[in-house]
Design a protein around this ligand. Structure first.
Ligand SMILES: [Zn+2]
Ligand SMILES: [Zn+2]
Length: 386
């Protein structure tokens, strides 16, 4: 018992250390700039150049950070200071500030927490260092859209938290944890237009989704499944026990449930020929009139198969859930849904929340056999800890 308790204590100490570590978010991912203007809206900021306190900035003041030659530079008014390795902005009094990189559109994004300005090959790299729970509302707003129910935002909070925690090493080589673009999760600073995102984050604090082995799940989601979600293995290379295709009628009344796209029949036939599609009359008539009764993984499921996900990608279709109709000199793809269809269907989740389902109901509807647990207790549930 004593050994168990001491092991348990060590685990708790280790977990507290992990939980206390702030998240590092690489800002303006994929965009190059050498200068950025920071405007402090609230609170104050201490600026450290190569670990030495240089200047204090007050609300209403602006300054510029740049990377030119081999030096980082801070310019405030007529004063300039150079650094070799890092300029750190350390916030006090719940500071909030705008960042405007030169030549980029930032639309007045507002940030909180600390900022590290470091050198990247040929450009300035800004890293927002903040508590995980402070990062989540901004992701909910950017990924989840505006004017939705609290329970839907709670779903997005839990998914975003699960993603961030399971991808802490994704940008290890870049010197931060996650980026702020679709490569990871979209984050444009603080949530500004949707107060419910903060409430949803608070009321689900620390909660993540784990599978039957208490491992964090890959919390895949998409805009609209079109009425049936996909198995992970039908879209990606490997199965995920919790991403299993299932019917979903909730999203059928939502904005992205239907789409159409027409192309010339000659283009379609040339494409099939290139794919070595059989040129028999039967095969060709099937290719011009494809009306499966349910979602298909393959196009014309007989002797010859083209994955519908490949057709989706080649013709930039909104989903791989479609029928093919010939109309005059064109063929028309008539489709349902938007996105890869794996995991949680956002518009289905939005509809479920409107109908009064809880965030737990919604998560269990789209992810099979999962559990919601506080991250800090995750190791407590894992038998192999002892
Ligand atoms: Zn990324
Ligand atoms: Zn759906």
């Amino acid at each position: 018992m004593k050994k168990i308790l001491s092991t348990f204590s060590l685990v708790i100490i280790a977990l507290c250390t992990i939980a206390a570590q702030p998240l590092k978010v690489g800002l303006f991912y994929g965009q190059e700039f050498q200068r950025a203007t920071i405007t402090l809206v609230k609170g104050s900021i201490d600026v450290y150049i190569d670990q030495k306190l240089s200047v204090q900035i007050s609300a209403g003041e602006s300054f510029e950070l740049s990377y030119a030659g081999s030096q980082l530079r801070l310019i405030k008014g007529a004063n300039a200071s150079n650094g070799d390795n890092i300029i750190s902005l350390v916030s006090s009094d719940q500071a909030q500030f705008k960042i405007q990189p030169a030549g980029l559109k930032a639309n007045g994004r507002l940030y909180q927490g600390n900022i590290s300005a470091v050198k990247a090959p040929g450009r300035l790299q800004l890293i927002n260092v903040l508590h995980l729970e402070s990062y989540i509302p901004g992701v909910i707003e950017a990924e989840g859209g505006a004017n939705h129910e609290l329970e839907y935002y709670k779903v997005q909070a839990i998914i975003s938290r699960t993603y961030a925690v399971s991808n802490l090493r994704r940008h290890e080589a870049d010197g931060y944890n996650v980026c702020d673009a679709t490569h990871c999760q979209v984050y444009h600073g603080m949530s500004r237009h949707e107060p419910l995102t903060n409430k949803a984050t608070r009321e689900t604090e620390d909660v993540v989704i784990v599978d039957q082995n208490i491992d964090l799940i890959t919390a895949a989601f998409h805009s609209n499944c079109g009425g049936h979600t996909n198995n992970a293995e039908d879209v990606w290379s490997k199965p995920l026990s919790y991403c299993v295709g299932r019917p979903d009628t909730f999203c059928l009344v939502m904005p992205h449930s239907n789409w159409e796209k027409s192309i010339p029949t000659s283009q379609w036939l040339a494409y099939l020929e290139k794919k070595r599609y059989p040129e028999t009359d039967t095969a060709l008539s099937s290719a011009l009139a494809f009306f499966p009764s349910q979602k298909q993984v393959y196009f014309v499921d007989s002797t010859f198969k083209i994955p519908t996900k490949v057709i989706r990608s080649d013709f930039k279709l909104k989903s791989s859930y479609f029928t093919v109709h010939q109309m005059g000199e064109n063929i028309t793809f008539i489709g349902q849904g938007f996105g890869h269809g794996v995991g949680l269907c956002q518009e289905g989740a939005i509809r479920m929340a409107q109908l009064g389902y809880s965030h737990q109901d919604i998560i269990h509807y789209y992810y099979k056999d999962v559990h919601l647990i506080p991250l800090r207790f995750r190791w407590f549930f894992k038998e192999d800890v002892y």
